[in-house]
Design a protein around this ligand. Structure first.
Ligand SMILES: Cc1cc2nc3c(=O)[nH]c(=O)nc-3n(C[C@H](O)[C@H](O)[C@H](O)COP(=O)(O)OP(=O)(O)OC[C@H]3O[C@@H](n4cnc5c(N)ncnc54)[C@H](O)[C@@H]3O)c2cc1C
Length: 364
């Protein structure tokens, strides 16, 4: 059985690793030219019942534990005038249930656990045609082609595989504007101090300014705003973004001014809650391709759990695996997608600041 996985993100790589452990080889086709081609983003906290369970099934718990950053759990919530509302410090040496790990470190950990040739870089899938005898003929952006018996779309938010199963549309539920500040301890000690070893949140009316420290001393700044009808290019200049935070403490807006490059805006999107499809032999989706949700802490965890459920099913009985996985995944994801949409809406509601402080418990 030739298994092709489109997309070498956290879901696709976790699946390839779990299959490899069961002695089933799969080929991961990834559009990026190499593992170092793109920064992978900020911290993730992996939950015991999903992301960590998948890593256990991948045989990578020990390596994960030595790569986590417990200090990343520290968080501060500030008012727009700079007052500290909440300052949570985890006890030294504590390893709570959801430790943080740099996303790039996690991806490397998975890549290092796969055979050298498991990932075919620079392979952007552009077409998958069912073959009369079963399986799919795959075509790639540079004209190459390949074949497989089973195709798993792990190709993220803008999945190319998804349209073979469903025409569910993605819709925008917010806007995320990102900046990075490299080498923060040395170049911007005041900002490094403000953010601390974990994360900082500052919530105003329908706007959130957040910052997160990565293991390499980079601060990632993420600004969440309502979805916009107009062109996102409006937010490609620091001046335009600073205007959104007019009247906020200069200590906080300094996080925008210090960005190494102009801000990068993008839409926060989701698939309709309850998206499902009729089973199609030899074809399925995992992760964001299957259930794109607002980024409130579940997407990567669920992508990895999808991989664990599907990997175990393929190892047990390839004939019924895809259907068994889809049944479990549709039921599991529905309430999580509902919760994620609710939290996203709450974050941009006028009462968000009070809600967040209540959630984390007040007191500096
Ligand atoms: C700002 C932000 C913060 C987040 N924070 C969290 C968090 O704290 N916790 C959490 O659990 N989740 C979080 N998420 C969600 C999480 O990032 C995603 O849900 C997760 O990455 C999904 O994994 P995936 O493998 O399905 O897709 P991806 O990680 O997007 O991987 C898809 C891969 O497919 C490749 N690809 C795409 N198209 C093709 C193609 N046509 N051919 C070949 N390859 C292709 C891409 O290059 C990529 O490598 C966050 C998301 C954002 C945007």
């Amino acid at each position: 059985m030739r298994i092709a996985i489109a997309g070498g993100g956290l879901g696709g790589l976790t699946l390839a690793r779990i299959l490899h452990r069961h002695g089933i080889e799969a080929v991961v086709y990834e559009r990026e030219p190499s593992r170092a081609a793109r920064g992978q983003g900020g911290l993730l906290d992996l939950h015991p019942e999903s992301g960590q369970r998948a890593l256990a099934e991948a045989g990578l718990t020990e390596r994960f534990r030595s790569a986590v950053r417990p200090e990343g759990e520290e968080h501060r919530i500030l008012a727009p005038d700079g007052r500290v509302l909440v300052h949570h410090r985890p006890p030294p040496g504590s390893f709570d249930g959801r430790p943080e790990i740099d996303r790039g470190v996690l991806r490397d950990l998975l890549l290092d656990a796969l055979p050298e040739d498991a990932v075919r870089w620079r392979h952007r899938l552009v077409g998958a045609a069912p073959r009369p005898a079963g399986g799919f003929a795959l075509s790639f952006a540079d004209g190459r082609d390949a074949g497989c018996d089973v195709l798993i779309g792990a190709d993220g938010a803008r999945s190319a595989v998804r349209s073979l199963l469903t025409d569910a549309p993605v819709s925008a539920v917010g806007t995320l504007v990102e900046l990075t500040i490299a080498d923060a301890d040395r170049r911007h000690p005041d900002l490094a101090d403000l953010v601390g070893p974990g994360s900082l949140w500052c919530v105003g009316e329908c706007r959130i300014l957040a910052a997160q420290r990565q293991g390499d001393d980079t601060i990632r700044v993420g600004i969440t705003l309502p979805a916009v009808e107009h062109d996102l290019d409006t937010y490609r200049s620091k001046d335009a973004v600073l205007k959104v935070f007019d009247g906020w403490s200069p200590r906080l807006t300094a996080l925008i001014e210090a960005g190494d490059r102009p801000p990068i805006p993008r839409r926060i999107e989701q698939l309709p809650i309850g998206t499902r499809w009729a089973h199609h032999p030899g074809l399925t989706l995992i992760g964001d391709a299957a259930h794109l949700m607002p980024p409130v802490g579940e997407g990567a965890n669920q992508a990895m759990l999808d991989a664990a459920v599907l990997g175990a099913a393929l190892a047990a009985d390839p004939g019924s695996a895809l259907q068994a996985y889809e049944k479990e995944m549709f039921a599991r994801i529905h309430p999580i997608a509902e919760m994620s949409a609710r939290v996203q809406a709450m974050m941009l509601a006028p009462t968000a600041a009070d809600d967040l402080v209540r959630f984390f418990g007040g007191g500096a």
